[in-house]
Design a protein around this ligand. Sequence first.
Ligand code: GCO
Length: 459
Amino acid sequence: MLHAQSRTSNPGSGSFPTGFLWGAATSSFQIEGAWQEDGKGESIWDTFCHTPNHVHEGHTGNLACDHYHRYAEDLDLIAALGLQAYRFSVSWPRIQPTGRGKALDKGLDFYERIVDGCLERGIEPCLTIFHWDLPQSLEDQGGWLCRDTAKAMGDLAEILALRIGNRVKKWMPINEGPCIVDLGYRQGVFAPGRKESEQLVRQARHTVLLAHGYASRALRDILGREKLEIGFAHNPWSTLPASNAPEDIEWARQLFVQNNSWWLDPLWKGAYPAAEWEKCGDDVPQIHPGDLELIGDKPDFLGLNLYFGDYASPNQNEGKPWRRTDSPKTDFDWPVEPDIMYWTPKFCQEGWNPAAQYITENGCAWETGGLNDQHRIAYFREHLRSLARACEDGVPMKGYFAWSFLDNFEWAQGYSKRFGLVHVDFETQVRTPKASAKWYSQVIAENGVFDSGEGIVLN
Ligand code: GCO
């Protein structure tokens, strides 16, 4: 029998600050389908799925959850569940088929309907500009190794600002830089499937940061800085203290700050981490004058996508972080470590002091229980309890987005991993809220986690 409870943070009161924002998240490629409709161009994920042996059993995003046609029903469901905010992304090639030039009205119309549909239902639309579905044509011209891709994303931000900017406050130009770069350009397990040198991987990271910078500048110039909350939705490598001993906490904190400095220092300190930079010798990215000023115009909030973490102690495993084997594992084989929700926001606050933080994603893939998904409920319960403690300790945590609203296309895993609060029958496209959706509605209504369940127990 395995229990997953926070190992190093005591259960707090479970209540959240007044005004805390509760939502759920999705992304365009994972739910929309309609891959060739209304002039949409192909994205690198279309190409990747259509190339044999890249995605589980050859699954594609061609239909996905057919959200492109069922968005109204989906927004009704979001409203019925009592969600206060909906985080979604736009498909760049649906707006600009080649990633450049005139925008397609039909593409923009679709996102305008989403934004207005949210507002009509009292839901705050929160927009991710780039959640990985890069126009193939931009990839063909160099993709994230090419500065022009970053500039093009600035143009896309301008297009969006002009059409729907007056109705959207929270924007996240980039979702999960590390996945774009490490999985797409280093390991090649995500689109576009490249396996580049470390130097080029660093170059890609710089371009992604630059894209965040250009997009943020366009939004702020057009819409006014004071009207916006621009965030960076980051998936940090979380190191957690193996115990509450001060030396373990300090060790985990140092490792965390070091491991995430390549991404977060440029954004919040306007510079790459000098010590890490020196370790690269000549294999550093090319930077143009002004780049770091552009990138370093601080985001208004840090978004954290948190799923699992590793433990660390200076006295164990030669100081190197390790993955616990005695924690329950989700269908993804990710260990369940509720401590991430306490320590990660705290370490981020200590490392970069963002003005605000949101959990922009958190959730688990579990088929166990089907619609009666008690494992998922337990996962959310334990993670939210830890998060409540981080709030009580003073982290300026403003909201939480469950991943995901719907079961959807889980990238290289295709439809084999279900993260949804709402079940999708991919044959019929019928949506059915799981027990976790109802449980989450209650959390939202009470602005806290007050059920009496304990831990996650797996037999
Ligand atoms: C991500 C993702 C989601 C994934 C989720 C589960 O940003 O990694 O935003 O697209 O589906 O993380 O792997």
